[in-house]
Design a protein around this ligand. Structure first.
Ligand code: AMP
Ligand code: MG
Length: 508
């Protein structure tokens, strides 16, 4: 395959390709009929040091028809517990082109998803359809804007070919960018090979990429495990605090980087119900909203098992050390959740009753089936109104812009949320920082827009019909989730009454 655009800013250094062979297989992206770029992420291109003007002229790279200079395409091997059952997997429809060295430092995997069959495709066709790739693009970019660690999406390209699913669909390739694609399942696979040298090489690689400070410690394996535990506790707390349901938390879909990965059946809560499950295949509710911390803990136990041979010591002593670190997950998660909950409530400093106050609001929201995002947005508006009160009469209060909330009923006006409100007001009144600081803090963490299921569906339907305008409008709005703008007024509301229960499907 020819190399293109040496000046476009490609700067690959492919450290994964230098790992022992069983961890990957060389893979060439399939040549497709008619590559056409449908989405290009200029923001991300800048961060990666890539020239958008040159690259948007060569869609061939982003459909797999040409390779960027320095690419060494490969498919990664991994295993994983899927809904609790162990399976050997691997990139069945994703091909890693290489690792881009970004101008500001940092190394990023550039991977084509949907680029054709690999050694690990099993019965699959290695392809992807436009709808699911656009869905991954918009939700992962929304997560990034919400401040949640995540893989990114640089491009979505049409292939000009049809993929057969339940119906024929337009084929597409997504260019995924991640600090790495190493999963808990990658370690499970390496452990399963029974070759300690390979497992150690993977650990050293993962440490070099994510935790270079740990490389010279006496027990890097345990320290690395602790770092992953900490990242996952922080990540899952962030999910909970924006109402995100991942939907398929198999161990192969948990990245050791602490980035959210695999946007198949994920979705955001509208009404707050901790038992919410969106995925059609999650019949038992294993990956329900409220189960996510418990599942992350379970997945981390699988990582612990995989790392055991690399932890110095003998028998029970090794197990005790690893168990102790694993056992810190619940309290780390609770700490992260409470810190985030405090921020959402505008609480500065810590008081012993804070956890109960936050839990009390969630309980009231559950009873009222209150909309998760709008509840915290409305609370932010209340905090801003309280902060504006002492102003001289005639001055314009620092209220919502552009008559924004005019059409939104205040969820705190009556019912369980109204009953909860005085406790929050009392807590705020005790704060030396004052109401303005509380309101400003809340504005920074409580989004007014999230990728609402009905809006995402509407945008994808239009895009599949050839009209990308609604998708691009929604994407633009989601890049600024914390501000009330004129543009995001129509995107703030929950689903229309006739939207019904929302079901997602694994995007294959
Ligand atoms: P996921 O449910 O997306 O995490 O995928 C689970 C496994 O199935 C991974 O190993 C994927 O690479 C593989 N896979 C998913 N879709 C396809 C496909 N269309 N062709 C080949 N492999 C696939
Ligand atoms: Mg996956």
């Amino acid at each position: 395959m020819p190399e293109t655009n040496p000046d476009a800013g490609w700067r690959f250094d492919n450290s994964y390709a230098r790992l022992p062979e069983p961890l990957f297989a060389a893979a060439a992206p399939a040549t497709v009929r008619a590559p056409r770029l449908v989405i290009w992420n200029r923001h991300l291109a800048v961060d990666l040091g890539l020239d958008s003007d040159l690259l948007t002229e060569s869609p061939a790279i982003f459909a797999g028809n040409e390779l960027p200079p320095g690419a060494e395409p490969l498919a990664q091997a991994y295993a994983g517990h899927q809904f609790g059952h162990f399976t050997t997997l691997g990139d069945g429809r994703a091909i890693l082109l290489g690792e881009q060295l970004a101008p500001a430092g940092g190394r990023f995997d550039v991977q084509l998803k949907g680029a054709g069959r690999t050694r690990y495709s099993r019965g699959g066709d290695g392809r992807a359809a436009l709808g699911p790739m656009l869905r991954e693009h918009i939700i992962s970019e929304a997560m990034h804007a919400l401040g949640v660690p995540t893989t990114r999406s640089l491009a979505v390209a049409l292939t000009g070919e049809v993929v057969m699913r339940t119906t024929p669909l337009a084929g597409a390739v997504l260019t995924r960018v991640a600090t790495s694609h190493i999963r808990v399942g990658t370690f499970q696979y390496a452990r399963g090979l029974g070759d300690e040298g390979v497992l150690r090489a993977l650990l050293e690689h993962a440490i070099a990429r994510h935790d270079p400070d740990l490389a010279d410690l006496a027990d890097p394996a345990l320290a690395f495990f602790e770092a992953v535990v900490a990242r996952q506790a922080a990540l899952v707390a962030r999910w909970m605090l924006v109402g995100f349901v991942h939907g398929v938390m198999n161990t192969d879909n948990m990245a050791i980087s602490g980035e959210t990965i695999d946007y198949g059946p994920c979705a955001f809560l509208d009404a707050y119900d901790p038992a919410t499950v969106f995925s059609s295949i999650d019949q038992q509710g294993r990956y329900a909203y409220a189960n996510q911390p418990g599942i992350a803990h379970w997945n981390l136990a699988r990582l612990a098992e995989s790392l055991l041979p690399l932890v110095p010591g003998e028998g029970e002593a090794v197990l005790d050390k690893v168990r102790e670190v694993l056992g810190t997950f619940p309290e780390r998660f609770e700490r992260e959740l409470l810190a985030g909950g405090r921020a959402k409530l505008g609480l500065v400093g810590e008081e012993p009753g804070d956890a109960e106050l936050f839990a009390g609001l969630l309980a009231a929201m559950r009873t009222a089936r209150a909309d998760f995002t709008r509840t915290f947005a409305a609370l932010t508006t209340l905090a801003e109104a309280a902060a504006a009160k002492p102003r001289a009469s005639g001055e314009k209060p620092a209220g919502p812009a552009d008559g924004a909330s005019a059409d939104e009923a205040d969820p705190f006006a009556t019912g369980p949320l109204a009953e909860w409100l005085p406790a929050w007001r009392e807590r705020l009144a005790r704060q030396p920082a004052g109401p303005a600081a509380a309101a400003a803090g809340m504005r920074r963490v409580n989004p007014v827009v999230i990728p609402r299921n009905h809006r995402v569906e509407e945008a994808l339907d239009a895009a599949e019909g050839g009209d990308l305008a609604p998708f691009e409008r929604l994407l633009a709005v989601l890049r600024q989730p914390f501000e009330e703008t004129a543009a995001n007024v129509p995107y703030r509301a929950g689903p229309p009454a006739d939207f019904g229960p929302y079901t997602t499907f694994c995007g294959t």
